[in-house]
Design a binder for this molecule. Structure first.
Ligand code: ZN
Length: 135
């Protein structure tokens, strides 16, 4: 695995949190993207070398809606950049981690993504993401 690509934070109201994080970080979000298949609307901030992703649920069945219900607002996942997500998935499976999407799917921000079940990672939802390169 490579560097931490971003930290994902679950929020109830993306608009309000965009204003809050703009004040906190001193920069506005640089994009908003909806991932309809996941029931989330995301916004991204770049703060120095670090990226923050805010996630709002767009429907009650969304994983973010369930997270907010159970745990409230806060850190939702830590995402690591990987060079080759397919080989990283098979490496981690071999180490006994539970990979939630064995076939990576298209996430926000032009990435192929998968997640590791937090039960196997001390309660931290871990995202792996690989940049989708233009063909
Ligand atoms: Zn993420």
């Amino acid at each position: 695995m490579d560097k931490i690509e971003h930290i994902g934070i679950a929020v109830k109201n993306l608009e309000a949190s965009n204003l809050l994080f703009a004040k906190l970080l001193g920069v506005p979000h640089y994009k908003i993207e909806e991932v309809a298949s996941e029931g989330v609307k995301t916004s991204f901030f770049q703060s120095g070398p670090n990226k923050i992703e805010l996630l709002e649920a767009t429907n009650p069945a969304s994983p973010i809606a369930k997270f907010l219900e159970k745990k409230g607002e806060g850190i939702h996942h830590v995402a690591f950049a990987v060079e080759d997500i397919v080989s990283e998935i098979s490496r981690l499976k071999g180490e006994g981690f539970v990979v939630l999407n064995e076939t990576p799917k298209k996430g926000a921000d032009n990435k192929l993504v998968t997640f590791l079940h937090p039960k196997g990672t001390n309660g931290v939802l871990v995202e792996l993401c690989q940049e989708i390169k233009a063909e």
